[in-house]
Write a protein that binds this ligand. Structure first.
Ligand code: PGA
Length: 288
């Protein structure tokens, strides 16, 4: 008979089973994982320039040198320049929510990677489920956008995740694997090391239904295992995989305790300075 602890070991992704020493990813909070935790706020279509500036000032003044995670905010395009001014000299990073893959041209309403870097962005969210479902972005298009971002030395936050229907039809794994395979098509090991991945189950976004920590961990392990199989355990261990979908100060700690969850991509709870600061300072939340 297999002892339960043995069975757990066998069910573990290969990269972790074989790993020892620094390759082990213990279920510690933040600092002891292989990568620095990341807390990113995706504002979506919210906040005027004045509101964005107020928020950025509030956040900048609330964070201290002791803040552990890398902090990223993604205001709407119209606020990027003004927010970049406020964040100048701070460690808070600025992300855009989308880009167009062409460098310039007749694409009314679109924004290029060069425009984003020029406005002060270091990061860009690519393949968010709202872009995929509401604006018809395909995996192939996401792949082009990821390449464009990397070429412009912007760090992509590459979003993937299954819909409720796909999960209920037991298609979560093939959907995630397809999004990884097609989104990262022809990516070298160096390319892989230059992006962040966000797992955002579509059924958990803006619904108040967070994936249970173990449910999220299962998919994060799958993603890291997929990368390890193709690019090696070391690369896989060094990639930050964020969870997104109704993350709040109430559930962030249990999520961050999971060995393969390195951070959070937050929508609703990133819109108020107070709740976003609580998320950023999750290590101070009672009981941790
Ligand atoms: P939510 O959004 O936190 O409001 O669920 C997350 C996201 O869409 O990135």
């Amino acid at each position: 008979m297999i002892h339960p602890s043995q069975r757990d070991k066998e069910n573990e992704p290969a990269y972790r089973r074989e790993a020892s020493g620094p390759m082990c990813r213990p279920p510690f909070l933040g600092g002891n994982k292989m990568v620095r935790p990341v807390i990113a706020g995706n504002w979506k279509m919210n906040k005027t320039v004045a509101e964005s500036v107020d928020f950025a000032k509030g956040l900048r003044d609330a964070l201290t040198a002791a803040t552990v995670p890398e902090v990223i905010i993604a205001p709407p395009f119209t606020s990027l320049g003004a927010v970049a001014e406020v964040l100048r000299g701070s460690s808070i990073r600025l992300a855009a929510q989308n880009l167009h893959e062409a460098p310039k041209g007749a694409f009314t309403g679109e924004i290029s990677a060069g425009m984003l870097s020029g406005a002060g962005c270091t990061h860009v969210i690519i393949g968010h489920s709202e872009r995929r479902t509401l604006f018809g972005e395909t995996d192939a298009r996401v792949n082009l956008k990821l390449r464009t971002a990397l070429a412009a030395t912007l760090t992509p936050i590459f979003c993937i995740g299954e819909t409720l229907q796909e999960r209920e039809e037991n298609r979560m794994k093939p959907v995630i694997e397809r999004q990884l395979k097609e989104g990262l098509n022809n990516f070298s090991a160096d390319d892989i090391s230059r992006l962040l991945i966000a797992y955002e189950p579509v059924w958990a976004i803006g619904t108040g239904k967070t994936a249970a920590p173990a449910q999220a961990e299962e998919v994060h392990g799958l993603i890291r295992g997929w990368i390890a199989d193709r690019y090696g355990k070391e690369r896989a261990a060094g990639i930050a995989i964020l969870y997104g979908g109704s993350v709040t100060p109430k559930n962030v700690v249990d999520l961050m305790r999971q060995p393969d969850i390195d951070g959070a991509l937050v929508g609703g709870a990133s819109l108020e300075v107070a709740s976003f600061v609580q998320l950023v300072e999750y290590q101070n939340i009672q009981g941790v």
